[in-house]
Design a protein around this ligand. Structure first.
Ligand code: AMP
Length: 290
């Protein structure tokens, strides 16, 4: 595996691969890699060659009071894991390489970026879309892989790709979870003892909603009440938001219909966690994917 630090070299590698009609797969990450990332990489490896994994802790997507400095970084372990997986290129630019001092552009997907996560984390998605567009331009992949763990992010990136006629196909993959249901996340290393146990309430609350939907409940307020009951039973959890929204518009719905997302965010101490479930209508029934 070759480690690439500069944009010019990454572009050169990409140009050469595309000249040979090879289809590049890109998996953008912030490092501190876990099996959720590995599942994206494996999907990329089945569709594409070469596969580029980027590791870049993007300062522009962290708010001033967020954990940019403390965000878990484990470059050597990540490098070893990527070698073992047979990844072709690791693109790991410095912040200065990505954002020279005179950098001025902000990529913003309006409407979708200021609600839910965007309301709690102002500017977050502008940072995300700015860096993802840069990565897509630098690497020029045929396919780029994202996790439904960050469902709003995936929706926003798909919209950006449509609006800007980007060539890369945006692929969104399922959420990988621990055996007790906690969605894998680089930030899970912050969770200790009781907080780690309490964190499973996010997943349990989604499972409780799944059961209600299976019992033919379609009323969103009632579904959210079931979800809150599970979360309220864990005093360590401070719920930020829990909403059921249309999967396309991300606008709240009153009754389940079409494709919806159940999105939630909560804090355990200083650790912010998000989770979600996808609800898809199939005739008179709804399939819930957690
Ligand atoms: P991150 O390094 O947290 O920015 O995540 C990089 C990519 O991995 C994003 O597209 C995430 O949605 C995805 N990802 C993170 N956690 C998971 C997970 N548990 N399952 C699947 N994909 C994930």
């Amino acid at each position: 595996m070759e480690i690439i630090r500069t944009i010019s070299w990454m572009k050169q590698i990409s140009r050469e691969a595309r000249a040979k009609n090879r289809v590049i797969g890109l998996v953008p990450t912030m490092g501190a890699l876990h099996p959720g990332h590995f599942s994206l990489i494996r999907a990329a490896q089945t569709d594409c060659s070469p596969v580029v994994v980027s590791i870049f802790v993007n300062p522009k997507q962290f708010g001033p009071s967020e954990d940019f400095q403390k965000y878990p970084r484990s470059f050597e372990a990540d490098r070893g894991a990527l070698e073992n997986l047979g990844v072709d290129y690791l693109f790991a630019p410095t912040p200065e390489e990505m954002y020279p001092p005179d950098f001025r552009t902000v990529v913003a997907v309006s409407g979708l970026s200021d609600k839910l996560e965007g309301r709690s984390r102002p500017g977050h998605f502008h940072g995300v879309t700015t860096v993802v567009l840069k990565l897509l331009e630098i690497v020029q992949p045929g396919f780029a892989y994202f996790g439904r763990k960050d469902a709003q992010q995936a929706r926003i990136i798909r919209q950006m790709s449509l609006d800007l006629n980007l060539d890369a196909q945006i692929v969104v993959r399922p959420i990988l979870r621990e055996s007790d249901g906690l969605a894998l996340s680089s930030r899970n290393v912050y969770l200790q003892g009781d907080d780690r146990r309490a964190a499973t309430a996010l997943h349990r609350s989604l499972e409780a909603v799944r059961q209600e939907i299976a019992a033919a409940q379609r009323d969103v307020l009632r579904l959210l009440a079931v979800l809150r009951r599970v979360l309220d039973a864990e005093p360590a959890i401070a719920l930020d938001y829990a909403e059921i929204v249309d999967a396309e518009t991300l606008e709240p719905v009153l009754n389940l219909r079409g494709s919806c997302l159940i999105l939630l965010a909560a804090k355990l101490g200083k650790t912010r966690l998000i989770d979600n479930a996808l609800v898809e209508q199939e005739g008179d029934t709804f399939r819930v994917t957690i």
